[in-house]
Write a protein that binds this ligand. Structure first.
Ligand code: NAP
Ligand code: F7E
Length: 335
């Protein structure tokens, strides 16, 4: 039986990856942070099938002990301060976790289990101010947030440990992926949650920032399959995982209201932009500059060609299904 150690197991991707590995017969170990109130997050429903180890990405000793306990065949490093907006408020914590934390876990693997295969959760945020469209594995990086900068360090240190010490270390450069388990502060979930509440009369209006930002949105369930595939290859490498489609935040809003059976109409421009419910004329969306970022990533569009050809990976959940599933789930939760 193969053993896998997942950091960030309580998060969105950690939970789908744990389900996938359990379904493949893996023994799954998960790193969890100590909290004052015990909270298994997104893996509460499968907590009895997971062996939890208390550790923190900023605490090297705890990671050494975690690797010693699990003696894993595969390590998936998904733990991160993952919210871009917060990275301007907590730039040092973001660097400690998302950058130096990667060295901590790599060092723990090098010391205790150097033949373990390693996956690093890299991100399209490293492309930031994009240097070409679409973005591929060869596109130069230009991060635009403390998060993007920290993740770029994590990306390069992973490559460096592969080249320096021969570790089987891969980076997945994953574009935005969402799901019913997405944190409520990310734009997609913020939208679907608000749409569900507006539809059921629990909220009047949704306030958003930059409506023009374009993202390449997929479903987390498809993306964790790509992580696993990367670690099953003969040689370690880095791959872009994306859908090859891009949409504005406004288009996501339209799709979410449509999924809830509501029609909206847009008016105004820039910070004056708003949308009304065509049935009763009430304002249901408006712009609030509070949600603008100090520096924005305006356009992300990835090419999944290498992953499709080399890994045989394919996105299975299309955009409309992603939105429909998220809205249906939030409607159920509101009820
Ligand atoms: P998420 O839901 O925010 O989950 C983050 C996980 O990291 C949580 O389990 C969290 O634990 C854990 N964590 C945070 N700080 C930690 C620390 N100091 N020590 C140990 N664990 C810590 O993120 P996600 O969306 O699943 O993303 C997974 C990974 O992929 C992240 O590294 C993210 O940066 C990266 N990524 C995500 C996307 C995307 O679109 N989702 C795209 C590209 C890359 P708590 O429950 O204790 O907070
Ligand atoms: O923002 C705009 C915002 O916070 C998407 C993380 O998983 O994906 C994620 O990072 C866009 C941005 O995700 C609001 O300005 C407008 O342009 O959902 P988000 P993100 O910043 O793209 C990458 C790949 C990761 O690696 C990260 O870990 O939407 N936007 N209005 C807003 N965003 C938020 N959150 N809230 C708004 O009100």
């Amino acid at each position: 039986m193969k053993k896998a150690l997942i950091t960030g197991i309580t998060g969105q991707d950690g939970s789908y990856l744990a389900e996938l590995l359990l379904s493949k017969g893996y023994e799954v170990y998960g790193i969890m942070r100590r909290k004052s109130v015990v909270d298994y997050g997104n893996v509460d429903h499968i907590k009895d099938r997971i062996q939890f180890i208390y550790a923190d990405m900023t605490d090297y000793v705890s990671l050494v002990n975690a690797v010693k306990k699990a003696m894993p065949d595969e390590v998936y490093n998904l733990a991160a301060q993952s919210f871009v907006a917060t990275s301007w408020e907590q730039p040092i914590a973001t660097a400690d976790i998302d950058a130096v934390g990667v060295t901590n876990i790599l060092e723990a693997i090098k010391l205790i289990k150097p033949d373990a295969r390693f996956y690093q959760a890299s991100t399209s945020e490293m492309f930031g101010l994009v240097q070409e469209v679409p973005q591929t594995e060869k596109t130069p990086f230009y991060p635009r947030s403390p998060y993007g900068v920290a993740k770029l360090y994590g990306h390069w240190i992973t490559k460096n440990y592969r080249e320096s010490f021969g570790l089987f270390a891969c980076s997945g450069i994953l574009f935005n992926h969402e799901s019913e388990r997405r944190g409520l502060e990310f734009v997609t979930r913020k939208i679907t949650n608000a749409v569900a509440k507006i539809k059921t009369g629990h909220q009047e209006c949704l306030e958003l920032g930059n409506m023009e930002a374009k993202r390449d949105w997929g479903h987390s369930q498809d993306y964790v399959r790509a992580m696993w595939l990367m670690l099953q290859q003969d040689t370690p490498d880095d791959y872009v995982i994306a859908t090859g489609e891009t949409r504005t935040v406004r288009e996501f809003v339209d799709a979410a209201f449509q999924a809830a059976g509501m029609e909206i109409e847009w008016h105004g421009k820039g910070v004056e932009e708003y949308a009304v419910n065509t049935q009763d004329g009430k304002t249901v969306v408006k712009v609030n500059p509070h949600f603008f970022r100090p520096a924005e990533v305006e356009l992300l569009l990835g090419s999944p060609k290498k992953a499709e050809e080399a890994l045989g990976w394919k996105r299975e959940i299309p955009f409309d299904e992603l939105v429909t599933r998220m809205v249906a789930n939030d409607l159920e939760l509101v009820k």
